[in-house]
Ligand binder design. Structure first.
Ligand code: HEC
Length: 136
């Protein structure tokens, strides 16, 4: 009788562990998917900004800039909880704002410069993330 009880307790523990492990995996995958959606949108809006800068479409530059800024404030953007990540996010927003301000005053050179600064901020943040991952 005692042996049977021990086996059932063990069985319960094993199933709980399995449920917990699978549960957290599932959450991870779900979270990753949400982050991926944001990152893909970011690329889409950045490409829209390039197209608008190349065509000197000031309205579209402002539109793309507004979408990029809004995206950078979304929860799923804040995937990395680190002060440095906030700094890179602010660099990104500042560059997008410069692009937008220039577009509003119909300054194509300023908008192009803002676009380039934004692109550099993409590369800088990704570079830092790769470094952090390496040391994890
Ligand atoms: C403040 C940091 C930061 C900035 C700025 C940033 N990104 Fe990202 N990006 C991330 C993070 C975090 C990920 C997810 C990386 C991961 O999980 O491996 C990511 C992922 C991506 C991905 C998906 C990569 C893949 O392997 O599928 C693309 C595409 C992307 N970013 C494009 C851009 C573009 C374009 C810009 C600039 C317009 C930009 N990012 C600016 C942080 C940033």
């Amino acid at each position: 009788m005692k042996g049977v009880r021990r086996i059932s307790v063990l069985g319960l523990m094993v199933s709980l562990t399995v449920i917990l492990v699978w549960g957290s995996r599932w959450l991870d995958a779900k979270e990753k998917k949400k982050v991926n959606v944001v990152m893909k949108k970011k690329l889409k809006y950045a490409q829209a900004a390039l197209k608008a800068v190349a065509r000197q479409d000031f309205g579209e530059i402002s539109g793309a800039a507004a979408s990029l800024t809004a995206l950078s404030h979304q929860g799923d953007w804040q995937v990395v909880k680190h002060e440095q990540y906030l700094t890179y996010s602010n660099d990104f927003r500042r560059a997008v704002a410069a692009m937008s301000t220039a577009a509003k005053s119909k300054n194509i050179d300023g908008a192009a410069l803002g676009y380039v600064q934004m692109t550099l901020s993409c590369v800088n943040c990704h570079k830092w993330i790769r470094e952090v991952r390496k040391t994890e």
